[in-house]
Design a protein. Structure first.
Lengths: 139, 202
């Protein structure tokens, strides 16, 4: 609905920001490579939706914290100027759950967020997960 | 700032763009005026014009609120999460998630809303129009083209990063003489963050 200001939102429609479906990702705080956690595949779907995992990976992901997820997390941390830990640390997940635009940050494996201006830096990602092997190149 | 692959933009012969609203949404004039304000912010800095028309099927840009799966392969996800998406030129489709509580705030620049679980409509509109023009996401946190917006935040003033990017695509509006007054928060953020020093608000 549309409201002229916040107080005009009917109490029964006043939603709590914690109802954000992505808030469930906060349960993965502290997860890192090598772990296997129930439901971890959902955050892989999130990263794939925004381009951090190529569409070539079919959506039936495992719950393993594998290289695919680690590379996606590192690129996300680079884009949002977070500490590049490759882990689902608290600050990274606090960013992940913020509402956002549905347009991907990464297109065809190249982060659009790191180009621009006079410094054209491109980061391609390596997916050395099981199955297809991809190469990596950081320029 | 960044662009979509191939840096698509509206062709020279299509710089006076029209936009229309999904008739089934039956939007009020107040809601529609939010979008005209958002278009005006971009029209101020580039030599493009945006004119509202009634014919949804033939306008250059089509704006609609939809829930869940709405036929473009990018289903919305309900309350919060993904708020909206728009497609690069010359597609012109601009979709917003009807599951959100949209605040149709008044005039004025950046600020904060009292309601944490609501989204400022004009802030999202200004961002998505950036995509309709050919801009991708930016890593400059204060820019309009930064991918996320915290609930309760109103962010509508174009940042120098946004202006520089869109003017690479279309050149500057000859009437634009934007003077930048760097905002303290941006300056503080820039110290040592490696962002370009020219950051500031228009």
């Amino acid at each position: 609905g549309f409201y002229p200001n916040a107080s005009a939102i009917p109490p029964d429609l006043r939603r709590n920001a914690t109802e954000n479906a992505w808030n469930a990702f906060l349960n993965f705080t502290g997860c890192h490579a090598g772990m296997k956690v129930d439901g971890l595949y959902k955050i892989k779907q999130y990263f794939q939706y925004f381009g951090y995992i190529p569409q070539t990976f079919s959506g039936n992901f495992t719950d393993d914290f594998d290289d695919i997820l680690k590379n996606a997390v590192e690129m996300y941390q680079r884009n949002f100027k977070l500490n590049i830990t490759g882990e689902l640390d608290e600050l990274t997940l606090q960013h992940v759950v913020i509402p956002r635009c549905g347009v991907p940050d990464v297109v065809n494996g190249t982060s659009t967020m790191l180009n621009g201006g006079t410094r054209r830096r491109t980061y391609e990602v390596s997916f050395s997960g099981r199955g297809q092997r991809f190469h990596a190149a950081k320029r | 700032y960044s662009f979509f692959p191939g840096e698509p933009r509206w062709p020279e012969r299509r710089r006076n763009l029209t936009y229309a609203f999904e008739p089934r949404n039956e939007l009020t004039e107040e809601v529609k005026s939010v979008f005209s304000r958002a278009f005006a912010r971009w029209a101020e800095v580039i030599p493009l014009t945006f004119r509202r028309v009634e014919s949804f099927s033939t306008s250059d840009i089509s704006i609609g609120f939809y829930a869940g799966d709405h036929g473009d392969g990018e289903p919305f996800d309900g309350f919060m999460g993904t708020l909206a998406h728009a497609f690069s030129p010359p597609n012109g489709h601009f979709h917003l998630d009807s599951a959100e509580n949209w605040i149709v705030s008044g005039e004025g620049g950046d600020g904060f809303l009292s309601e944490r679980a609501a989204v400022d409509l004009e802030s999202v509109a200004v961002h998505e129009i950036g995509h309709l023009l050919g801009l991708g996401h930016s890593s400059v946190q204060d820019s309009i083209m930064f991918p996320t917006i915290t609930t309760g935040r109103r962010k509508v003033d174009l940042h120098s990063d946004d202006v520089e990017g869109v003017q690479v695509l279309y050149g500057a509006n000859p009437n634009f003489n934007g003077s930048r007054t760097p905002t303290p928060s941006t300056q503080q953020r820039d110290t040592g963050s490696g962002d370009s020093g020219a950051a500031g608000r228009i």
